[in-house]
Design a protein around this ligand. Sequence first.
Ligand SMILES: Nc1ncnc2c1ncn2[C@@H]1O[C@H](COP(=O)(O)OP(=O)(O)OP(=O)(O)O)[C@@H](O)[C@H]1O
Length: 587
Amino acid sequence: MATKGDSIRPSPIQISKTSKLVPVTPKTVPKGTQQVASEQDCVGMIDEIKGSKTYKLGAVDLLTKKVDLGLSLSHPKEVPGHVGSEVCQDGGLPEGSGEEEKKASEHGISSASAKSSDGATGLVKTSGSAKVGDHPDYTESGKSSMCRGSTSSDVSNESSYSSLSSRINRPNKTNDIRWEAIQAVQGKDGVLGLNHFRLLKRLGCGDIGSVYLSELSGTRCYFAMKVMDKASLASRKKLLRAQTEREILQSLDHPFLPTLYTHFETDKFSCLVMEFCPGGDLHTLRQRQPGKHFTEQAVKFYVAEVLLALEYLHMLGIVYRDLKPENVLVREDGHIMLSDFDLSLRCAVSPILVKSSSHESEPLRKNPVYCVQPACIEPSCIQPSCVAPTTCFSPRFFSSKSKKDRKPKNEMGKQVSPLPELIAEPTNARSMSFVGTHEYLAPEIIKGEGHGSAVDWWTFGIFLYELLFGKTPFKGSGNRATLFNVVGQPLRFPESPVVSFSARDLIRGLLVKEPQQRLAYKRGATEIKQHPFFEGVNWALIRCASPPEVPKPVEVERIPAPTSSAGNKPAVPATKDQNNYLEFDFF
Ligand SMILES: Nc1ncnc2c1ncn2[C@@H]1O[C@H](COP(=O)(O)OP(=O)(O)OP(=O)(O)O)[C@@H](O)[C@H]1O
């Protein structure tokens, strides 16, 4: 949600492996961490990318020249960072939730998802405002709905699937009032649809859809609903991306990753209902800091949480591939949520328990403790309850003691690493896709050498650098120059702000151009957690630590719903064809 700020990045790029990316040989682009690639080498490399068919479709036009495609967006103010390859074609706000079935069907909502006749009752007819985060009045238990299937005969297969998927047990959501509210409505009405929600405000627009702040009608439970226009996805060949994102979201249950409360389809739209993060994203938050960079303590907090999220994803065989501050959202409690999985790669993973909770160190190649299935790429194969070690955090996150008061290292070791050590690094994954955001692209992606999970550790290094210094290390005057720098320029640190030796040392370890030499290549997040930068972090309990900043509750204006006599204005916003989104027209 990088709506403001001085550095608006282009949207990520993606060229699938079917594009004719010709890997650059070591001869053309020198390997090694400190070698400098000549401009000629990189020109050759980029020309080869440019020559591919996919390039001509637009995605990598960003490498060499600015394309205006993204500038035709209807809401340029709301979608900065998206001057990239694709126009946001989500078709605007979907049909009015809570509107009568007739109107809904006129505008493309299937009778299945719009069938609830009490949709209108969900419209709040009082004025005033409510704070997001207030506990809802809603008290009905959803538990009885857990085993009830949809009774609707006209729901699509996908809708039925979504209602089933939302019943997956998620231990992290046991006491979540939103979860219960969704379950209760599902139990009452069967499959959820747009008519169950009030779309209050557009939060932003990505490459494959728009995200709206939504209220589950009558519950004061707020969600972020990602709405994707299916026809647009199909015509732009983005269906697979959308499906990947949905399947990944369905498999997650982690405090720093999004909860997918439900998913449903209408004739026209595919909708993902997720947790709403009122704190915006770290890119926007960083711009508000003095000097436009975070303090080292704040950085330690944010990157530690991101690290745990990445560790969990790797355990599931998911290479995230798009880490950047824009994708790290701040929840209402100030903790983070990594969002946006449409560029992620799913692959096989073979977790190895290298150390049990005592300090044994013999590698256990069988995995009796964890039940992540080796080589299982289907999220449904993974039991969320098997990954408990990554879900606990520390109330005393930062060591507040002075150096002389600190316990000897071995005692600290006992305090901070009592957990078993598990390596679940999908290092053998190989993708030839050209995906990511220029300033964050790993050298092996740019060189087309094939990449695996080590790209996430590279981007983690860039992310750490940007939060600390307020800029990324290899940014050039344009995208092309940035790519040259990533591949060939050595890492340098600015003189200010002053950053600790351990932070710089960690960045140096992560931003090694050769993936095999990079920190965490072999043992994943475990290697990073043990770096002195994180000394004193109690990984098991970070969730209870005080965040650097807790967002103010968002005021949601309760605009009275129009009565049926106020019908001279359309109850739904205009579509993009009318080139005029009327977001608040109805609400
Ligand atoms: N759960 C959420 N809570 C609050 N805002 C969100 C949430 N999810 C997404 N957003 C905001 O909505 C906007 C669109 O998000 P979305 O994930 O669709 O795309 P994106 O991250 O901009 O990029 P991409 O093009 O890779 O999909 C972003 O600005 C994001 O910050």
